[in-house]
Design a protein around this ligand. Sequence first.
Ligand SMILES: Nc1ncnc2c1ncn2[C@@H]1O[C@H](COP(=O)(O)OP(=O)(O)OP(=O)(O)O)[C@@H](O)[C@H]1O
Ligand SMILES: [Zn+2]
Length: 744
Amino acid sequence: MSDTGGGAKIVEVLLPVAVDQTYSYFAPPGLDLAPGDSVKVPLGARDAYGVVWEAAPAPAAIGNLKSVISRYDRPPLSQRMRDFLDWLARWTLTPRGMALRLATRAAEDAAPDAPRLLYRTTGKQPQRPTQTRARVLKTAEGGMTFAKKALMEAASCSGGVIDALVDEGALETVTAPPAPVAEPLDALFGAPRLEPRQAEAAEALREAVFARGYRPFLLEGVTGSGKTEVYFEAIAAALQNGGQALVMMPEIALTKQFLERFAARFGAPPAEWHSGVTPRRRARIWRAAAEGEVKVVVGARSALFLPFCDLRLIVVDEEHEGAYKQDEVVSYHARDMAVVRARIEQAAIVLASATPSIETRVNAASGRYVRLHLDARAGARPMPALDAIDMRVAGPDKHRWIAPRLAMAVGETVARGEQALLFLNRRGYAPLTLCRHCGHRFRCRNCDAWLVEHRFRRALVCHHCGHMERRPDACPECEAEDSLTACGPGVERLAEEAAMLFPDARTLVLSSDFPGGAERLRREIEEIASGAFDIVIGTQLVAKGHNFPYLTLVGVVDADLGLGSGDPRAAERTFQLLAQVTGRAGRGDKPGRALLQTFQPEHPVIRALLSGDAEAFYAQEIALRERAGLPPFGRLAALIVSAKESALAESHARALARAAQSLPPTPRYRVAALGGLPEENEILVLGPAEAPIALVRGRFRWRLLIKAPRSADLQGFLRDMLAAGPKERGGVRVQVDVDPQSFL
Ligand SMILES: Nc1ncnc2c1ncn2[C@@H]1O[C@H](COP(=O)(O)OP(=O)(O)OP(=O)(O)O)[C@@H](O)[C@H]1O
Ligand SMILES: [Zn+2]
């Protein structure tokens, strides 16, 4: 191959669109492009943004290849980052362009920051000294430089006054480099005194970070055991090495407390990354992560796609959280992908939780992860005392949800000046509204779901698609007046009952669907922590990692909710959620307790919670999964086939199932024959079956579930099956969900 001279190259450019392959362009001499560079390229009639994936010397005859137009001033995506995106695309069966989009979406506005103009005095007096002018000059005395806005504020004057002083030569401007994205962090700033078991775990993490290599850990510790302090030491180690760290949290937008703790430990807050951060700021953090200026990012799952240049540590806090699974556009599990990223970056990774996922527990048991265990609360605080209220014999009156014993406990708690939490994982007023006269039930017109009454918003709302309608006064079916009745409780209805029982208590309902968004929730969570409320009523939002020092009683209004969902992870999820929410009690000076209202106190999940014997629960769940060949012992993938008509989706799904059956055995996988019992090493194709929620957003859904042994090449099989099956046409969509978390 001969070079055309002058370093001309052919580059393969990946575009952030739903396409898997790269496009070839000619890199004109003089534009020296390397893999990772951001470029502008012609695409049809328009220009497009893309990233160079590969570069090779141009052969003599390059045909009529189009040329790259220009290179953006943007830090290149590292080889590791590109490897990670390729890996993610292969694993999730996502077009590589979509994986790239996850990483570059935030960079779109990443032009370098303009230098700032600062003002300072010259020593020259203005010709017309006014009081205001004198005040400005006095403020700026002593050679200090000020941003215009800061000077306006400090001297309480208008911008015009400053401009006039510059015109007269009494002030001058100097240019300064742009303000840093994040303040510098100090690894030794607020180093705590750790308890011996914390110190031991922290030392293991510090060693791993210093060793520089892929080291996965499970940091398991009961609620309130001080896991945060422990992984802060790992972050300190990364900082001491000059490296970077990423902390992922499921609800970072809500947790101001965490940022304050971080600042108390490291002298300044970390860079925050979530949907509430402005696009401009996100673009700056993106660049700063790539250039090494930002050392620690704390963010939601999308922070995983930041282009860190020297990542030494990833922490996945509350690693069991379902919120780490993303099901839109690209479906990936951020916790699992974090492990992959850590491996590629040769970094340490800490999965932290009081209630780890079964997958992570199994990985720890097999030695794939190192398990660090904190078995008691920090500061010698006791775990909350748990007890059940048997609703079959000790429940409340009809149309009431708080049993007398729970009501009494709340009353006593409030009387002592402590806080009580009533937990019910159901938003709105009532999950079902029906007509007492004709039995008409309100359902969503787009989805296979009941409409949930929200009194606060005066509406009936679909929790799947957001469809909202006014609650009518008469039944739309039989036209009976005042016949509509609410069935079952949501948090709003619970609040009504609490107000009746405790009219003098300061009560707060915390729910994600009230107006005001994350900002309001953040404020309310702070107010709870400061003791501004006596009774808090909330959904799972209140369960997630918060520290409420005055909270001593947790009442779980319906502990059975979620146990009967038919999801293979129903027991695990319920156990985790209830252990987390009861774990909010007694984190301050006073011990806590929790009461679980249940109709099945003998259920293994309830028994495990009451006895505090998590080990027995995990052992039983793990054995069950192993017998059934469910994750992590086997692997699952779901195909959701949807269309505007049910029959279209169904026939497409059936054709896919037939395609699977037609695939000949290969060394990488074998498909089990229809009807017979599968061999241990065979892939089983289950369905198609109508999805439990068959209609969502106006689309009918059919599901195929693929169950594969760990030894099989599941992704390869899925690719072959999709290739052998019919093309997506007539508005049919096939969504691939590798390692599905939701079975609806
Ligand atoms: N060494 C220590 N000495 C005294 N108090 C400590 C110590 N370590 C942690 N704490 C305190 O214990 C409380 C719980 O700590 P932290 O929030 O880190 O627990 P956690 O394990 O993350 O809990 P959860 O999983 O429930 O969120 C905090 O108030 C923290 O300040
Ligand atoms: Zn709907």
